[in-house]
Design a protein around this ligand. Sequence first.
Ligand code: ADP
Ligand code: ZN
Ligand code: ZN
Length: 831
Amino acid sequence: MSDKLCNVGVAVPLRNSFTYKIPTRLAREIQVGCRVLVPFGKKSTVGVVTEFIDKPPAGAKLREIQKSLDVVPALNPKLLELGRWIASYYVAPIGEVYRAMLPPLTELHAQQRVVLTETGRAALDATLSANCALESDFSLQSNPLTAVSLPAQALPLLQKLNSAKSGLLLPAAIRSGIPLPDLLKLQRRALLEIRQDVQDRKRRMQRIIAWKDAPAAETLKPLLEKEQLLKNLLSIERGPLPFPQLLKLSGLSRAVIERLLGQGKLESWEEPLDPAEDPFDTGYTPPAHALNTEQERAFSAIRARFELGEFGVQLLHGVTGSGKTEVYLRAVQDTLARGKTAIILVPEIALTLWIGRQCRAWFGAHFEGVAVLHSALSDVERAREWWRVRNGEARVVVGTRSAIFAPVENLGLIIVDEEQESSYKQEETPRYHGRDVAIVRAKLENAVALLGSATPSLETYHHARSGKYELLSLTQRVADRALPSVEILDLREEFKQTHRTSPISSALRKGIEECLAFNTQALILINRRGYSWSVICRSCGASVQCANCSISMTHHKNRNRLECHYCGSTQSIPKKCAKCDSQYVYFFGEGSEQLEERLRKEFPKARIARLDRDTARTKRQYQETLSAFAEGALDILVGTQMLAKGHDFHRVTLVGVVGADSSLNMPDFRAAERTFQLLTQVAGRAGRGDLPGRVLIQTFYPDHYAIQDAVRQEYVAFFERELHFRRVMTYPPFISLANIIIRDRNLDKAIQWSKQLWQFLAPHAGNEIRVLGPASAPLSRLKSEFRFQFLLKSRKKAALAKLLSAGLAYASAKDIPDTALLVDMDPLQLL
Ligand code: ADP
Ligand code: ZN
Ligand code: ZN
């Protein structure tokens, strides 16, 4: 008898698939979509079974699958298909695609549980009460909906399941006399369910020590010196403390504390080391509002789309503060009422907490029913949430990019909030775009994709206007609030008058003074972090470059060093120029750190904080600063574009933009679009409460259309101009773009491979596909690698994908290593 064979997607950067033999002992267990352990090289690795095959590939010596990790296939057929689409569209290895779709590996803590379903319980009741005829075989009944009779052998197990509240562990169920294949048959008939649970790794606990006030009768006894010390520490200075910390702070020995515990002067208890609930979750949920006319109109269009019961894409284009979230929540509510599930994608982690909390308030009794998935969760937490979704326990998923792979069944709605955000694009293999995958998934599952934004990407709005997507608009802010007034401050004029360049113009200074006087708040946006973003020698003009990248080092004053923002390497601050030995080293260009310092100097009484990647290293720091600002404990918040996103502060009356327009100089065809989006978004943070808002944009390019249109907050005008530019220059959305980077530490190799690839690409260049390159990439050196670039343009996506995969096959035939080639379909960054 010939072996059973299957292909397995193994998470390695190789593009072929791998065939394995299925040992007989696993034959009945392994299904397509299951994760399996397979030998790979000298190690074992985890892969996903992608298909069964009949014939082994020629000449291969096949090895055997070692273990099956799932009873319920981790990936259902729809997700497998989505994975295949991603692999082919983004030209990515299938194994790496599936790895990105799967939960973190925590198998050692996972267990499978068998539980009775409602159908099972009904069938059991019917059988027991009416004494229905029992079947003699497991698979007689073909229609699960009419399953009122049961196989006789299964009766004892089902009875046991009925009395066990949380079901039985899988091995116990098997021991009760039903082998796994028969259990699977019962599952197929929906009588029972096999669920995968991820166990909390044993919660790490800590012992807390507290002072115990003595009963009145004993208070007369004077305390010993050591006791007095502990009493002060534990009841006045600090409060209850973890044991190790108490030892350190008191300087007392373990024995002394144990003795006092024994005497009842101290008490102790255990607490989890990391509490499960997010301690920075303020618990605040905004009240539900009755929809206004525009919101109502948008919502009915969404409902009408649901009524059709078929795939469609809608764009909710709503100005900042128009109440898009409220519309999302109604749409989800409606989806759930139709018995379907929903995924909400948000562009950053902080927003998962915010939207997640609102969803729980709306839909999740006792925090169940809503799952939150993002990369800052621990592996165990993430795996647990993932399997809660897979098991059907959560029907609403809120998360960042990868939550688009959440294994919900019966998907009705995918919301992509702030669809233009670049954080939806994964900048490592597989280089997918979360929004585009959302649309493909919606199509596969016959669901609705709802994209929302105040500043939609050119691509999306283009589709909405051409009728491919349905356009829903919210043109007004809620509660008749006005959009903020936006003013331009021409820095060239300012310089003419004052003959100095200060990042804080006199108008901005006056604006801040007004805020302080009226006790309102100001947000100040600056585009770079650090103290100075360039270090230059005044004598010879040399700038300090990173040793590994072709990029200037940034000066960080607090950390007293220079840092590369691309590879993270550091240098000490030079006293002399490394090239010419001159002492005239000059720090140039203000970053957020310097701006904060300057604001503190100019407004010594103001309460000021900074929010950028240096001050918000952790979720805790980030949330603390935002909460402090939201609660009014701060007057001025200065920071990078982290400030611009989504936040709903009600007392901000002034938004100042300092130097954010320098992004217009980036060597990227999306520079204008990004600048417009950023300015509009940050302007949208002003005047969201009862007080009107004012925005001051300081710029050297007051005439640029991206700035002019942001000032007028005219999205459509900007869209027209930018679309014209894209058409003339043949850029997306008129063509599709692919970026190929060739990289190596050895310059000669990088050049040689670029030439080889050119030989392959050149004959294909023509009317259908334009090939630009090879050229030095804008970042010609990054992390010690030299980089060259081809840019491919075509009106036909399919032709592009075909050429790319042929190119990769050619490269591998020419022994160009897989790691030297980086292929980016629909790139967002061309650096
Ligand atoms: P957007 O995402 O469109 O910028 P949000 O969804 O954050 O706007 O809503 C802005 C504010 O308006 C929130 O505080 C929200 O609670 C409130 N809001 C939403 N809908 C209404 C409504 N119909 N009436 C009054 N306030 C509303
Ligand atoms: Zn010099
Ligand atoms: Zn570097």
